[in-house]
Design a protein around this ligand. Structure first.
Ligand code: G16
Length: 545
Protein backbone atom coordinates (compact mmCIF):
# COMPACT_ATOMS: atom_id res chain seq x y z
CA UNK A 1 0.00 0.00 0.00
CA UNK A 2 1.38 3.43 -0.84
CA UNK A 3 1.36 6.59 1.25
CA UNK A 4 -1.75 8.06 -0.43
CA UNK A 5 -3.73 4.91 0.23
CA UNK A 6 -2.64 4.83 3.86
CA UNK A 7 -3.47 8.52 4.28
CA UNK A 8 -6.97 7.92 2.87
CA UNK A 9 -7.64 5.14 5.37
CA UNK A 10 -6.23 7.11 8.30
CA UNK A 11 -8.25 10.19 7.42
CA UNK A 12 -11.54 8.35 7.35
CA UNK A 13 -10.72 6.23 10.42
CA UNK A 14 -10.05 9.38 12.45
CA UNK A 15 -13.73 10.23 11.98
CA UNK A 16 -14.84 7.02 13.74
CA UNK A 17 -12.90 6.43 16.96
CA UNK A 18 -13.46 3.15 18.77
CA UNK A 19 -15.62 3.68 21.87
CA UNK A 20 -13.74 2.80 25.04
CA UNK A 21 -13.94 -0.78 26.23
CA UNK A 22 -15.96 -1.90 23.19
CA UNK A 23 -15.12 -5.54 22.46
CA UNK A 24 -16.99 -7.18 19.63
CA UNK A 25 -16.92 -10.49 17.83
CA UNK A 26 -18.34 -11.27 14.35
CA UNK A 27 -20.62 -13.81 16.07
CA UNK A 28 -23.46 -15.88 14.68
CA UNK A 29 -24.54 -13.24 12.19
CA UNK A 30 -22.08 -10.33 12.07
CA UNK A 31 -21.43 -7.64 14.66
CA UNK A 32 -24.31 -6.58 16.90
CA UNK A 33 -24.66 -4.26 19.83
CA UNK A 34 -25.98 -0.95 21.10
CA UNK A 35 -26.43 1.19 17.97
CA UNK A 36 -24.83 4.26 19.56
CA UNK A 37 -21.52 2.38 19.84
CA UNK A 38 -21.34 0.90 16.36
CA UNK A 39 -20.22 3.68 13.98
CA UNK A 40 -16.55 2.63 14.08
CA UNK A 41 -17.47 -1.03 13.65
CA UNK A 42 -19.66 -0.37 10.63
CA UNK A 43 -17.05 1.95 9.11
CA UNK A 44 -14.42 -0.76 9.47
CA UNK A 45 -16.70 -3.41 8.01
CA UNK A 46 -17.11 -1.00 5.07
CA UNK A 47 -13.33 -1.14 4.59
CA UNK A 48 -13.35 -4.94 4.92
CA UNK A 49 -16.11 -5.24 2.30
CA UNK A 50 -14.10 -3.16 -0.15
CA UNK A 51 -11.06 -5.37 0.41
CA UNK A 52 -13.22 -8.47 -0.10
CA UNK A 53 -14.55 -7.04 -3.35
CA UNK A 54 -11.02 -6.28 -4.58
CA UNK A 55 -9.79 -9.71 -3.53
CA UNK A 56 -12.55 -11.43 -5.52
CA UNK A 57 -12.61 -8.87 -8.34
CA UNK A 58 -14.60 -8.38 -10.38
CA UNK A 59 -17.34 -8.91 -7.86
CA UNK A 60 -19.88 -7.04 -5.80
CA UNK A 61 -20.08 -7.53 -2.04
CA UNK A 62 -23.14 -6.80 0.14
CA UNK A 63 -23.15 -5.00 3.46
CA UNK A 64 -26.34 -5.12 5.49
CA UNK A 65 -27.04 -2.91 8.48
CA UNK A 66 -29.43 -4.78 10.74
CA UNK A 67 -29.72 -6.36 14.15
CA UNK A 68 -32.58 -8.54 12.94
CA UNK A 69 -34.46 -9.90 15.98
CA UNK A 70 -32.59 -7.76 18.56
CA UNK A 71 -34.24 -4.82 20.29
CA UNK A 72 -34.70 -1.57 18.38
CA UNK A 73 -31.89 0.27 20.19
CA UNK A 74 -29.39 -2.31 18.90
CA UNK A 75 -28.03 -2.45 15.42
CA UNK A 76 -25.48 -4.53 13.58
CA UNK A 77 -23.66 -5.22 10.36
CA UNK A 78 -23.08 -8.32 8.27
CA UNK A 79 -21.43 -9.00 4.96
CA UNK A 80 -22.63 -10.97 1.97
CA UNK A 81 -20.14 -12.69 -0.31
CA UNK A 82 -20.61 -12.50 -4.11
CA UNK A 83 -22.65 -15.73 -4.06
CA UNK A 84 -25.14 -14.02 -1.73
CA UNK A 85 -24.01 -16.33 1.06
CA UNK A 86 -22.54 -15.12 4.33
CA UNK A 87 -19.00 -13.76 4.41
CA UNK A 88 -16.47 -16.60 4.21
CA UNK A 89 -15.65 -17.70 7.74
CA UNK A 90 -11.95 -17.45 6.82
CA UNK A 91 -12.27 -13.66 6.96
CA UNK A 92 -14.02 -13.53 10.33
CA UNK A 93 -10.78 -13.37 12.40
CA UNK A 94 -9.71 -10.33 10.34
CA UNK A 95 -13.14 -8.78 10.92
CA UNK A 96 -12.70 -9.30 14.67
CA UNK A 97 -9.20 -7.83 14.63
CA UNK A 98 -10.05 -4.65 12.78
CA UNK A 99 -13.32 -4.08 14.65
CA UNK A 100 -11.37 -4.09 17.92
CA UNK A 101 -8.25 -2.19 16.76
CA UNK A 102 -7.63 0.42 19.43
CA UNK A 103 -6.47 3.31 17.20
CA UNK A 104 -6.56 4.35 13.53
CA UNK A 105 -2.79 3.63 13.32
CA UNK A 106 -3.27 0.11 14.68
CA UNK A 107 -6.21 -0.39 12.30
CA UNK A 108 -4.21 0.68 9.26
CA UNK A 109 -1.29 -1.50 10.23
CA UNK A 110 -3.60 -4.54 10.50
CA UNK A 111 -5.07 -3.70 7.10
CA UNK A 112 -1.60 -3.35 5.54
CA UNK A 113 -0.52 -6.73 6.85
CA UNK A 114 -3.72 -8.37 5.68
CA UNK A 115 -3.59 -6.77 2.22
CA UNK A 116 -0.05 -8.05 1.76
CA UNK A 117 -0.82 -11.53 3.03
CA UNK A 118 -3.93 -11.86 0.87
CA UNK A 119 -2.19 -10.23 -2.10
CA UNK A 120 -5.01 -7.73 -2.61
CA UNK A 121 -4.20 -5.08 -5.18
CA UNK A 122 -5.55 -1.66 -4.36
CA UNK A 123 -5.95 1.15 -6.87
CA UNK A 124 -3.45 -0.22 -9.39
CA UNK A 125 -5.68 0.56 -12.33
CA UNK A 126 -7.16 -2.97 -12.29
CA UNK A 127 -10.74 -3.89 -11.41
CA UNK A 128 -12.30 -1.58 -8.82
CA UNK A 129 -14.35 -2.79 -5.89
CA UNK A 130 -18.10 -2.37 -5.40
CA UNK A 131 -20.12 -2.74 -2.22
CA UNK A 132 -23.93 -2.69 -2.15
CA UNK A 133 -25.36 -1.34 1.06
CA UNK A 134 -28.76 -2.06 2.57
CA UNK A 135 -30.35 -1.34 5.92
CA UNK A 136 -33.44 -2.40 7.80
CA UNK A 137 -35.96 0.08 9.20
CA UNK A 138 -34.12 0.87 12.47
CA UNK A 139 -33.85 4.60 13.17
CA UNK A 140 -30.08 4.28 13.66
CA UNK A 141 -29.65 2.68 10.24
CA UNK A 142 -29.23 5.79 8.14
CA UNK A 143 -26.30 7.25 10.09
CA UNK A 144 -24.60 3.86 10.24
CA UNK A 145 -25.05 3.45 6.51
CA UNK A 146 -23.18 6.75 6.01
CA UNK A 147 -20.33 5.37 8.16
CA UNK A 148 -20.25 2.26 5.97
CA UNK A 149 -20.17 4.38 2.80
CA UNK A 150 -17.20 6.37 4.09
CA UNK A 151 -15.43 3.13 5.03
CA UNK A 152 -16.03 1.59 1.60
CA UNK A 153 -14.82 4.60 -0.35
CA UNK A 154 -11.77 5.19 1.84
CA UNK A 155 -10.26 2.20 0.01
CA UNK A 156 -9.05 3.70 -3.29
CA UNK A 157 -10.89 2.37 -6.34
CA UNK A 158 -13.93 1.20 -4.37
CA UNK A 159 -17.46 2.52 -4.57
CA UNK A 160 -20.48 2.15 -2.31
CA UNK A 161 -23.99 1.85 -3.76
CA UNK A 162 -26.78 2.73 -1.33
CA UNK A 163 -29.81 0.51 -2.00
CA UNK A 164 -31.79 1.98 0.90
CA UNK A 165 -34.19 0.07 3.12
CA UNK A 166 -34.35 -3.63 2.27
CA UNK A 167 -34.93 -6.94 3.97
CA UNK A 168 -31.68 -8.82 4.61
CA UNK A 169 -32.61 -11.58 2.12
CA UNK A 170 -33.42 -9.02 -0.57
CA UNK A 171 -29.89 -7.64 -0.34
CA UNK A 172 -28.37 -11.13 -0.47
CA UNK A 173 -30.58 -12.02 -3.44
CA UNK A 174 -29.59 -8.86 -5.30
CA UNK A 175 -25.88 -9.34 -4.64
CA UNK A 176 -26.12 -12.92 -5.91
CA UNK A 177 -28.05 -11.84 -9.02
CA UNK A 178 -25.60 -9.02 -9.74
CA UNK A 179 -22.62 -11.35 -9.61
CA UNK A 180 -24.37 -13.84 -11.88
CA UNK A 181 -24.94 -11.09 -14.44
CA UNK A 182 -28.72 -11.13 -13.91
CA UNK A 183 -31.12 -8.26 -13.31
CA UNK A 184 -30.44 -7.32 -9.70
CA UNK A 185 -33.06 -4.77 -8.73
CA UNK A 186 -35.78 -4.96 -6.11
CA UNK A 187 -38.28 -5.08 -8.97
CA UNK A 188 -36.46 -8.11 -10.41
CA UNK A 189 -36.66 -9.77 -6.98
CA UNK A 190 -40.41 -9.22 -6.79
CA UNK A 191 -40.90 -10.36 -10.39
CA UNK A 192 -38.92 -13.52 -9.81
CA UNK A 193 -41.04 -14.38 -6.75
CA UNK A 194 -44.24 -13.59 -8.61
CA UNK A 195 -43.44 -15.68 -11.68
CA UNK A 196 -42.38 -18.76 -9.76
CA UNK A 197 -45.25 -18.46 -7.26
CA UNK A 198 -47.83 -18.21 -10.07
CA UNK A 199 -46.22 -21.13 -11.87
CA UNK A 200 -46.53 -23.29 -8.74
CA UNK A 201 -50.14 -22.25 -8.19
CA UNK A 202 -50.98 -23.09 -11.82
CA UNK A 203 -49.52 -26.55 -11.29
CA UNK A 204 -51.94 -27.39 -8.47
CA UNK A 205 -54.12 -30.12 -10.00
CA UNK A 206 -57.52 -29.28 -8.49
CA UNK A 207 -58.92 -26.19 -6.91
CA UNK A 208 -57.83 -26.87 -3.36
CA UNK A 209 -58.05 -24.48 -0.46
CA UNK A 210 -55.88 -23.97 2.60
CA UNK A 211 -58.76 -22.53 4.61
CA UNK A 212 -59.01 -19.05 6.02
CA UNK A 213 -57.14 -15.93 4.99
CA UNK A 214 -53.57 -15.41 6.15
CA UNK A 215 -52.65 -12.71 8.67
CA UNK A 216 -49.06 -11.48 8.79
CA UNK A 217 -47.32 -10.01 11.84
CA UNK A 218 -44.61 -7.79 10.32
CA UNK A 219 -42.70 -7.35 13.63
CA UNK A 220 -42.99 -3.56 13.08
CA UNK A 221 -40.07 -4.00 10.72
CA UNK A 222 -39.16 -3.89 7.07
CA UNK A 223 -40.83 -7.22 6.16
CA UNK A 224 -44.42 -6.00 6.46
CA UNK A 225 -43.68 -3.01 4.28
CA UNK A 226 -42.02 -5.12 1.57
CA UNK A 227 -44.83 -7.66 1.67
CA UNK A 228 -47.28 -4.81 1.12
CA UNK A 229 -45.28 -3.72 -1.93
CA UNK A 230 -45.35 -7.25 -3.30
CA UNK A 231 -49.11 -7.55 -2.83
CA UNK A 232 -49.82 -4.08 -4.20
CA UNK A 233 -47.66 -4.30 -7.29
CA UNK A 234 -47.45 -7.97 -8.19
CA UNK A 235 -49.70 -10.41 -6.32
CA UNK A 236 -52.88 -8.45 -5.77
CA UNK A 237 -55.02 -11.62 -5.72
CA UNK A 238 -53.28 -13.02 -2.67
CA UNK A 239 -55.41 -12.44 0.43
CA UNK A 240 -53.02 -11.47 3.20
CA UNK A 241 -53.86 -9.04 5.96
CA UNK A 242 -50.77 -7.31 7.32
CA UNK A 243 -50.49 -6.11 10.92
CA UNK A 244 -47.62 -4.65 12.92
CA UNK A 245 -46.27 -2.71 9.97
CA UNK A 246 -44.55 -0.21 12.27
CA UNK A 247 -46.79 2.62 11.07
CA UNK A 248 -49.21 2.36 13.97
CA UNK A 249 -46.72 3.24 16.71
CA UNK A 250 -45.59 -0.30 17.48
CA UNK A 251 -41.94 -0.88 18.37
CA UNK A 252 -39.71 -3.15 16.31
CA UNK A 253 -39.58 -6.70 17.76
CA UNK A 254 -41.26 -5.61 21.00
CA UNK A 255 -43.82 -8.31 21.88
CA UNK A 256 -44.16 -8.95 18.14
CA UNK A 257 -42.31 -10.88 15.46
CA UNK A 258 -40.98 -14.36 14.86
CA UNK A 259 -38.41 -14.42 17.66
CA UNK A 260 -40.96 -13.35 20.26
CA UNK A 261 -43.64 -15.74 19.04
CA UNK A 262 -41.28 -18.70 18.79
CA UNK A 263 -39.58 -18.16 22.15
CA UNK A 264 -42.58 -17.07 24.23
CA UNK A 265 -45.22 -19.15 22.43
CA UNK A 266 -47.89 -16.49 22.90
CA UNK A 267 -49.72 -14.27 20.41
CA UNK A 268 -47.95 -11.11 19.30
CA UNK A 269 -49.50 -7.70 19.97
CA UNK A 270 -52.29 -6.92 17.54
CA UNK A 271 -53.72 -10.46 17.60
CA UNK A 272 -56.46 -11.76 19.88
CA UNK A 273 -59.65 -13.76 20.36
CA UNK A 274 -61.09 -12.71 17.03
CA UNK A 275 -58.28 -14.57 15.35
CA UNK A 276 -58.95 -17.98 16.87
CA UNK A 277 -58.31 -20.65 14.25
CA UNK A 278 -56.97 -18.18 11.65
CA UNK A 279 -53.70 -18.99 9.85
CA UNK A 280 -51.10 -16.45 11.03
CA UNK A 281 -47.43 -15.90 10.27
CA UNK A 282 -44.75 -13.79 11.97
CA UNK A 283 -41.62 -12.33 10.35
CA UNK A 284 -38.63 -11.14 12.34
CA UNK A 285 -37.16 -7.62 12.21
CA UNK A 286 -35.29 -7.97 8.91
CA UNK A 287 -37.55 -10.66 7.42
CA UNK A 288 -35.08 -13.50 7.23
CA UNK A 289 -37.15 -15.72 9.53
CA UNK A 290 -40.78 -16.77 9.67
CA UNK A 291 -42.92 -18.93 11.92
CA UNK A 292 -46.62 -19.76 11.53
CA UNK A 293 -49.13 -20.00 14.37
CA UNK A 294 -52.82 -20.03 15.21
CA UNK A 295 -54.78 -19.31 18.33
CA UNK A 296 -56.37 -22.52 19.48
CA UNK A 297 -58.56 -20.95 22.14
CA UNK A 298 -58.36 -18.21 24.73
CA UNK A 299 -56.61 -14.92 24.24
CA UNK A 300 -52.94 -15.68 24.23
CA UNK A 301 -51.95 -19.31 23.85
CA UNK A 302 -50.91 -20.36 20.40
CA UNK A 303 -50.15 -23.47 18.44
CA UNK A 304 -46.73 -22.77 16.98
CA UNK A 305 -45.58 -24.06 13.60
CA UNK A 306 -41.89 -23.27 13.83
CA UNK A 307 -38.95 -23.72 11.47
CA UNK A 308 -38.99 -27.47 12.10
CA UNK A 309 -42.57 -27.73 10.91
CA UNK A 310 -41.90 -25.54 7.88
CA UNK A 311 -38.93 -27.77 7.10
CA UNK A 312 -41.12 -30.87 7.40
CA UNK A 313 -43.76 -29.39 5.10
CA UNK A 314 -41.16 -28.47 2.48
CA UNK A 315 -39.45 -31.86 2.80
CA UNK A 316 -42.76 -33.65 2.21
CA UNK A 317 -43.50 -31.59 -0.88
CA UNK A 318 -40.04 -31.98 -2.41
CA UNK A 319 -40.02 -35.69 -1.64
CA UNK A 320 -43.44 -36.10 -3.26
CA UNK A 321 -42.09 -34.58 -6.49
CA UNK A 322 -38.95 -36.70 -6.38
CA UNK A 323 -41.05 -39.83 -5.86
CA UNK A 324 -42.93 -39.03 -9.08
CA UNK A 325 -39.63 -38.83 -10.93
CA UNK A 326 -38.44 -42.02 -9.27
CA UNK A 327 -35.01 -41.79 -10.88
CA UNK A 328 -33.02 -42.06 -7.67
CA UNK A 329 -30.46 -39.56 -8.93
CA UNK A 330 -31.22 -36.83 -6.43
CA UNK A 331 -29.55 -36.77 -3.03
CA UNK A 332 -32.04 -35.04 -0.75
CA UNK A 333 -31.00 -34.10 2.77
CA UNK A 334 -32.16 -31.96 5.64
CA UNK A 335 -30.12 -29.93 8.12
CA UNK A 336 -31.18 -29.01 11.63
CA UNK A 337 -29.51 -27.67 14.77
CA UNK A 338 -29.55 -28.81 18.39
CA UNK A 339 -32.65 -26.61 18.86
CA UNK A 340 -34.69 -28.85 16.55
CA UNK A 341 -37.55 -30.42 18.42
CA UNK A 342 -36.84 -34.14 18.93
CA UNK A 343 -40.24 -35.00 17.49
CA UNK A 344 -39.40 -33.23 14.22
CA UNK A 345 -36.16 -35.14 13.84
CA UNK A 346 -37.99 -38.43 14.46
CA UNK A 347 -40.61 -37.43 11.88
CA UNK A 348 -38.05 -36.51 9.22
CA UNK A 349 -36.08 -39.70 9.79
CA UNK A 350 -39.37 -41.61 9.59
CA UNK A 351 -39.81 -40.18 6.09
CA UNK A 352 -36.55 -41.89 5.22
CA UNK A 353 -34.66 -38.62 4.93
CA UNK A 354 -31.00 -38.08 5.68
CA UNK A 355 -30.88 -35.67 8.65
CA UNK A 356 -27.63 -33.94 9.57
CA UNK A 357 -26.89 -31.45 12.33
CA UNK A 358 -25.01 -28.17 12.27
CA UNK A 359 -24.04 -25.50 14.76
CA UNK A 360 -26.47 -22.59 15.23
CA UNK A 361 -26.15 -19.90 12.57
CA UNK A 362 -27.35 -20.10 8.99
CA UNK A 363 -23.81 -19.95 7.71
CA UNK A 364 -23.21 -23.39 9.27
CA UNK A 365 -26.47 -24.93 8.08
CA UNK A 366 -26.10 -23.50 4.59
CA UNK A 367 -22.67 -25.08 4.21
CA UNK A 368 -24.00 -28.54 5.08
CA UNK A 369 -27.13 -28.20 2.95
CA UNK A 370 -24.97 -27.30 -0.05
CA UNK A 371 -23.48 -30.81 0.08
CA UNK A 372 -26.78 -32.28 -1.21
CA UNK A 373 -28.43 -32.01 -4.65
CA UNK A 374 -31.39 -30.63 -2.75
CA UNK A 375 -30.59 -29.59 0.82
CA UNK A 376 -33.34 -28.23 3.05
CA UNK A 377 -32.21 -26.42 6.16
CA UNK A 378 -34.16 -24.70 8.89
CA UNK A 379 -33.42 -23.55 12.38
CA UNK A 380 -36.33 -23.99 14.78
CA UNK A 381 -36.48 -20.18 14.98
CA UNK A 382 -37.68 -20.05 11.38
CA UNK A 383 -34.49 -19.25 9.53
CA UNK A 384 -33.94 -21.50 6.54
CA UNK A 385 -34.32 -22.26 2.87
CA UNK A 386 -34.00 -25.01 0.26
CA UNK A 387 -30.77 -25.18 -1.70
CA UNK A 388 -30.70 -26.72 -5.17
CA UNK A 389 -27.30 -27.51 -6.68
CA UNK A 390 -26.81 -25.88 -10.07
CA UNK A 391 -26.00 -29.26 -11.60
CA UNK A 392 -29.26 -30.72 -10.36
CA UNK A 393 -31.33 -27.81 -11.71
CA UNK A 394 -29.61 -28.17 -15.09
CA UNK A 395 -30.39 -31.89 -15.04
CA UNK A 396 -34.06 -31.13 -14.30
CA UNK A 397 -34.31 -28.56 -17.07
CA UNK A 398 -32.77 -31.01 -19.56
CA UNK A 399 -35.04 -33.80 -18.37
CA UNK A 400 -38.14 -31.67 -18.89
CA UNK A 401 -37.33 -31.34 -22.59
CA UNK A 402 -37.98 -35.05 -23.08
CA UNK A 403 -41.25 -35.18 -21.14
CA UNK A 404 -44.74 -34.71 -22.50
CA UNK A 405 -46.38 -31.48 -21.39
CA UNK A 406 -48.89 -31.98 -18.58
CA UNK A 407 -47.64 -35.45 -17.58
CA UNK A 408 -47.11 -36.13 -13.89
CA UNK A 409 -43.36 -36.28 -14.41
CA UNK A 410 -43.27 -33.02 -16.33
CA UNK A 411 -45.33 -31.31 -13.64
CA UNK A 412 -43.08 -32.64 -10.88
CA UNK A 413 -39.99 -31.32 -12.70
CA UNK A 414 -41.68 -27.97 -13.30
CA UNK A 415 -42.59 -27.71 -9.61
CA UNK A 416 -39.03 -28.41 -8.50
CA UNK A 417 -37.59 -25.88 -10.93
CA UNK A 418 -40.15 -23.27 -9.83
CA UNK A 419 -39.33 -23.93 -6.16
CA UNK A 420 -35.64 -23.39 -6.92
CA UNK A 421 -36.54 -19.99 -8.38
CA UNK A 422 -39.01 -19.04 -5.67
CA UNK A 423 -37.05 -19.90 -2.58
CA UNK A 424 -34.02 -17.70 -1.91
CA UNK A 425 -30.83 -19.59 -2.81
CA UNK A 426 -28.65 -17.25 -0.77
CA UNK A 427 -30.20 -17.13 2.72
CA UNK A 428 -33.42 -17.78 4.60
CA UNK A 429 -36.08 -15.37 3.33
CA UNK A 430 -39.39 -14.87 5.14
CA UNK A 431 -41.21 -13.54 2.06
CA UNK A 432 -40.25 -16.38 -0.24
CA UNK A 433 -40.70 -18.87 2.61
CA UNK A 434 -44.25 -17.60 3.17
CA UNK A 435 -45.08 -17.93 -0.52
CA UNK A 436 -43.83 -21.50 -0.61
CA UNK A 437 -45.75 -22.49 2.54
CA UNK A 438 -48.90 -21.04 0.95
CA UNK A 439 -48.27 -23.01 -2.26
CA UNK A 440 -47.67 -26.28 -0.44
CA UNK A 441 -50.72 -25.89 1.80
CA UNK A 442 -52.90 -25.27 -1.25
CA UNK A 443 -51.26 -28.13 -3.12
CA UNK A 444 -52.01 -30.48 -0.25
CA UNK A 445 -55.42 -28.90 0.40
CA UNK A 446 -54.42 -28.54 4.04
CA UNK A 447 -55.47 -26.06 6.69
CA UNK A 448 -52.86 -24.84 9.17
CA UNK A 449 -54.43 -27.20 11.74
CA UNK A 450 -53.99 -30.18 9.42
CA UNK A 451 -50.38 -29.17 8.77
CA UNK A 452 -49.80 -28.97 12.53
CA UNK A 453 -50.84 -32.62 12.86
CA UNK A 454 -47.76 -33.85 10.97
CA UNK A 455 -46.26 -34.58 14.38
CA UNK A 456 -46.69 -33.33 17.92
CA UNK A 457 -43.81 -31.26 19.29
CA UNK A 458 -42.21 -32.43 22.49
CA UNK A 459 -42.77 -29.70 25.07
CA UNK A 460 -39.75 -27.40 25.23
CA UNK A 461 -38.56 -24.30 27.00
CA UNK A 462 -35.94 -21.68 26.15
CA UNK A 463 -34.40 -19.39 28.75
CA UNK A 464 -31.92 -16.51 28.41
CA UNK A 465 -29.46 -16.10 31.28
CA UNK A 466 -27.52 -12.86 31.69
CA UNK A 467 -24.03 -13.58 32.98
CA UNK A 468 -20.90 -11.44 33.42
CA UNK A 469 -19.03 -13.23 30.61
CA UNK A 470 -20.93 -15.46 28.21
CA UNK A 471 -17.70 -16.49 26.43
CA UNK A 472 -16.90 -18.59 29.52
CA UNK A 473 -19.26 -21.17 27.99
CA UNK A 474 -17.50 -23.28 25.37
CA UNK A 475 -19.40 -26.08 23.64
CA UNK A 476 -18.73 -29.02 21.35
CA UNK A 477 -19.11 -28.38 17.61
CA UNK A 478 -22.77 -29.39 17.53
CA UNK A 479 -23.43 -27.37 20.70
CA UNK A 480 -25.05 -30.26 22.52
CA UNK A 481 -22.44 -30.44 25.31
CA UNK A 482 -20.65 -27.74 27.29
CA UNK A 483 -16.89 -28.26 27.60
CA UNK A 484 -16.45 -25.19 29.83
CA UNK A 485 -16.92 -24.21 32.60
CA UNK A 486 -15.51 -27.51 33.81
CA UNK A 487 -18.07 -29.65 35.59
CA UNK A 488 -21.17 -27.87 34.27
CA UNK A 489 -22.01 -30.59 31.74
CA UNK A 490 -21.97 -33.30 34.46
CA UNK A 491 -24.32 -31.15 36.49
CA UNK A 492 -26.61 -30.62 33.46
CA UNK A 493 -26.58 -34.38 32.78
CA UNK A 494 -27.62 -34.93 36.38
CA UNK A 495 -30.68 -32.75 35.81
CA UNK A 496 -31.54 -34.30 32.44
CA UNK A 497 -31.62 -37.78 34.00
CA UNK A 498 -34.51 -36.74 36.20
CA UNK A 499 -36.92 -36.36 33.25
CA UNK A 500 -38.41 -38.75 30.72
CA UNK A 501 -37.04 -37.95 27.23
CA UNK A 502 -35.20 -35.09 28.92
CA UNK A 503 -32.76 -33.13 26.76
CA UNK A 504 -31.05 -29.85 27.53
CA UNK A 505 -28.05 -27.84 26.43
CA UNK A 506 -26.50 -24.41 26.91
CA UNK A 507 -24.62 -22.15 24.50
CA UNK A 508 -23.45 -18.57 24.40
CA UNK A 509 -25.60 -16.46 22.06
CA UNK A 510 -23.75 -14.95 19.12
CA UNK A 511 -26.19 -12.07 18.78
CA UNK A 512 -27.15 -11.10 22.33
CA UNK A 513 -25.18 -10.82 25.56
CA UNK A 514 -26.75 -13.92 27.13
CA UNK A 515 -26.27 -17.65 27.58
CA UNK A 516 -29.14 -19.58 26.01
CA UNK A 517 -30.69 -22.63 27.66
CA UNK A 518 -32.80 -25.15 25.75
CA UNK A 519 -34.76 -27.89 27.53
CA UNK A 520 -37.14 -30.55 26.24
CA UNK A 521 -39.15 -33.29 28.00
CA UNK A 522 -42.42 -35.18 27.68
CA UNK A 523 -44.56 -32.66 29.59
CA UNK A 524 -44.49 -28.87 29.59
CA UNK A 525 -44.10 -28.91 33.35
CA UNK A 526 -41.00 -31.08 33.06
CA UNK A 527 -39.52 -29.00 30.21
CA UNK A 528 -40.06 -25.81 32.27
CA UNK A 529 -38.58 -27.37 35.37
CA UNK A 530 -35.55 -28.75 33.48
CA UNK A 531 -35.02 -25.37 31.77
CA UNK A 532 -35.17 -23.54 35.08
CA UNK A 533 -32.79 -25.87 36.86
CA UNK A 534 -30.24 -25.70 34.03
CA UNK A 535 -30.57 -21.88 34.08
CA UNK A 536 -29.82 -22.02 37.82
CA UNK A 537 -26.72 -24.09 37.10
CA UNK A 538 -25.54 -21.48 34.58
CA UNK A 539 -25.97 -18.78 37.22
CA UNK A 540 -24.14 -20.75 39.88
CA UNK A 541 -21.20 -21.63 37.59
CA UNK A 542 -20.92 -18.22 35.89
CA UNK A 543 -22.54 -15.78 38.31
CA UNK A 544 -25.40 -13.48 37.33
CA UNK A 545 -24.98 -9.99 35.98
C1 G16 B 1 -29.23 -14.91 13.70
C2 G16 B 1 -28.67 -16.02 12.86
C3 G16 B 1 -29.43 -17.28 13.14
C4 G16 B 1 -29.40 -17.59 14.62
C5 G16 B 1 -29.90 -16.39 15.43
C6 G16 B 1 -29.72 -16.57 16.91
O1 G16 B 1 -30.55 -14.69 13.34
O2 G16 B 1 -28.77 -15.66 11.50
O3 G16 B 1 -28.84 -18.31 12.39
O4 G16 B 1 -30.19 -18.69 14.92
O5 G16 B 1 -29.16 -15.25 15.07
O6 G16 B 1 -28.36 -16.75 17.17
P1 G16 B 1 -27.79 -16.80 18.63
O7 G16 B 1 -28.54 -17.87 19.34
O8 G16 B 1 -26.33 -17.11 18.46
O9 G16 B 1 -28.05 -15.47 19.27
P2 G16 B 1 -31.08 -13.24 13.07
O10 G16 B 1 -32.46 -13.45 12.54
O11 G16 B 1 -31.02 -12.52 14.37
O12 G16 B 1 -30.13 -12.69 12.06
Amino acid sequence: MDETQIASLLKSSDLFPLPQSLKLSYGTAGFRGDATLLASTVHRVGILSSLRSLKLAPSTIGLMITASHNKVSDNGVKVSDPSGEMLSQEWEPFADQIANASSPQKLVSLIREFVEREEISIGDGGEGGEVWLGRDSRPSGEALLRAAEIGVSSVPGCVAVDLGVLTTPQLHWMVRAKNKGLKATEKAYFESLTTSFKCLIDLIPFNKSSGSKLVLDGANGVGGEKMEELLRGYLSNLAIEIRNTGRDGGVLNESVGADFVQKEKVVPLGFGVNDVGVRCVSFDGDADRLVYFYLSSGEKKIELLDGDKILSLFALFVKEQLNVLDDGCCRLGVVQTAYANGASTDYLKGLGLEVVFAKTGVKHLHEKAAEFDVGIYFEANGHGTILFSEDYVTLLVDKRKGLSEGSDECNAVSRLVAVSNLINQAVGDAISGLLLVEVVLRHMGWSVQKWNELYKDLPSRQVKVEVPDRTAVVTTSEETEALRPLGIQDAINGEIKKYRRGRAFIRPSGTEDVVRVYAEATTQEDADSLGDSVAQLVKSFLGSS
